[in-house]
Design a protein around this ligand. Structure first.
Ligand code: ADP
Length: 173
């Protein structure tokens, strides 16, 4: 059974096999968590991302972690929230699923996720957390991932994930 944790803090300092970046389709850096990851990983990351030739929404691509403690970075492109009728839920679930597939391919047993799409991309936090959590619960173990950490950058997001984890506990999971 995979283990799930919600923690607060900066994902760039997380000691895990792989962290996930909330990137954009260019993969050439941006604000928010993307900017923080590029600053912390160093300029080699941008050079590696240039070679990936972008990424579709709902998909993810891997690079090394360079100067990060994490060995790998999985760059996922979340959907921009457009009201909920533009396949946003499916595209967000696909990001989490693709990252767990990359974890399997790279033999990453521990993976840290930020709350993809909930910053500049405007996806409602509680809805996004429900999708993230359900997808990880369904897929992590199948992909050989032992620990999934949801890294929350604010107290509201942390309390949403804490509630989801508690309801899992109370179901005996
Ligand atoms: P998106 O464009 O996918 O919405 P953002 O980077 O704007 O991506 O935000 C995604 C989430 O990452 C937000 O919840 C934001 O608060 C959070 N975040 C920003 N910086 C960090 C960081 N250093 N570590 C973890 N989470 C972060």
């Amino acid at each position: 059974m995979a283990r799930f944790e919600a923690i607060d803090g900066d994902i760039t300092s997380l000691v895990v096999d792989a962290i996930v970046n909330a990137a954009n389709t260019s993969l050439l850096g941006g604000g928010g968590v993307d900017g923080a990851i590029h600053r912390a990983a160093g300029p080699e990351l941008l050079a590696a991302c240039r070679r990936l030739d972008g990424c579709a929404t709902g998909d993810a691509k891997a690079t090394p972690g360079f100067r990060l403690p994490a060995k790998w970075i999985f760059h996922a492109v979340g959907p921009i929230w457009m009201g909920g009728d533009h396949h946003e839920d499916d595209l967000l679930a696909s990001c989490y699923r693709r990252c767990l597939e990359l974890a399997r391919d790279h033999e990453a047993k521990s993976v840290g996720f930020p709350a993809i799409s909930t910053g500049v991309y405007g996806f409602p936090s509680a809805r996004a957390a429900g999708i993230a959590f359900a997808t990880a619960q369904r897929e992590a173990e199948l992909k050989g991932v032992e620990v999934v950490k949801f890294v929350c950058f604010d107290k509201k997001t942390l309390s949403i994930y804490d509630d989801l984890l508690q309801s899992l506990d109370s179901q005996g999971g």
